[in-house]
Design a protein around this ligand. Structure first.
Ligand SMILES: [Fe+2]
Length: 347
């Protein structure tokens, strides 16, 4: 079996493939690791048959939809998942086949209502139901400590003790364990009575994950993350460095229009000398008036480089074919000691 773990902070995703046939699956891919995941798949000489999410993630941005679309393969989740664009909705006990691999999906709700664990011949991918030395939390949307108790004690811990445990998170970099070891040593699994276990889960006081709302918004609806929007926009445009722009501004023959897309207060407080001003919110409606020549060379800027990237992309879409963005924002520009001018107060 080909088996690769792909880490992104505390999140773990997996490439699993049959070494006889090179057919495989990817489990819980993360968006920031999409190029690495595809590179590993190519390096391993694997042809993916499925991309699987073990549950609706609240703490990482899934790349499943993107991988499924790019590779033309089905995306798999449990049937309780409300995520759109799921091609195969598995139910408890169903098997996915890739080459000689048999991957049995066990419904293991509790962390979320759509959690599954994936059982292979010698290991089990437990998603966020069972972690090494811990369990998934049950205080996020659709979490349920009673269901987690049933999934752990009624299902996962009933599996063969020798199965290796590969969870969806490994915050402490713990080495591979087995079901038997978890049963004996995992502190949370020592509360074997339902009530005590549920009480223990309810008493956990864990901080909310970063980007919870954005992760749930995108993972549940198929919408895009802010990082995705920015990365897509930046792949469609070019940038000008701050040093390059400063030289042009200081030489007095800039031969380009600096378009500041911040709000008026920020613009008036200090901008690149000679910059024109259209706030991002008014860009589409006012740009024809401000810049009637679509062939003019434009450098967009903003405070942190994000809005200016989106603005340059919008301008390109609108036909301003020479629109580029500043590689850096006004904050960095000021900190570098580059020239700024303020708008004179109106009389
Ligand atoms: Fe999770």
């Amino acid at each position: 079996m080909i088996f690769e773990e792909i880490r992104s902070g505390g999140c773990c995703s997996y490439l699993v493939a049959c070494d006889e046939t090179c057919a495989g699956v990817v489990v819980d891919p993360e968006l920031s690791q999409i190029d690495r995941t595809l590179a590993l798949v190519a390096k391993a000489g694997v042809r993916l048959h499925y991309v699987i999410d073990t549950h609706t993630h609240a703490d990482h941005f899934t790349a499943s939809r993107e991988l499924a679309r790019r590779l033309g393969i089905p995306r798999v989740m449990h049937r309780a998942s409300i995520a759109p664009e799921v091609d195969v909705r598995v139910d408890d006990g169903e098997t996915l086949i890739a080459g000689r691999l048999r991957i049995r999906a066990l419904a293991t709700p509790g962390h979320t209502d759509d959690s599954i664990s994936l059982v292979l011949a010698d290991r089990v991918l437990t998603g966020d139901t069972l972690l090494r030395g811990a369990t998934g939390r049950t205080d996020l949307p659709t979490g349920d400590p009673e269901a987690l108790y049933d999934s752990l004690f009624g299902k996962l811990l009933q599996l063969d003790d020798s199965l290796a445990v590969y969870p969806g998170h490994n915050y402490k970099d713990l080495p591979v364990s087995t079901i038997g070891q978890e049963k004996a040593q995992n502190p949370r699994l020592q509360k074997r009575e339902r009530e005590a276990f549920v009480e223990q889960m309810r008493a956990l006081n864990i901080g909310m994950p970063d980007h919870l709302t954005e992760a749930l918004r995108t993972n549940r609806t198929g919408g895009k993350t802010v990082a995705q929007l920015l990365s897509e926009a930046s792949r469609r445009i070019a940038f000008v460095s701050m040093e390059e722009l400063r030289e042009r501004v200081e030489s007095g023959c800039a031969n380009l229009v600096v378009l500041d897309t911040r709000e008026s207060d920020a613009f008036d407080g200090g901008h690149v000398p000679g910059a024109r001003h259209v706030p991002r919110g008014q860009l589409e409606l006012r740009i024809d008036q401000v810049l009637p020549d679509p062939t003019v060379r434009i450098v967009t800027c903003c405070e942190f480089e994000k809005i200016s990237t989106l603005a340059a992309d919008t301008l390109r879409t609108m036909g301003y074919v020479r629109a580029v963005a500043l590689d850096g924002g006004m904050k960095a520009w000021r900190e570098a000691g580059f020239p700024v001018e303020a708008t004179a107060p109106k009389a």
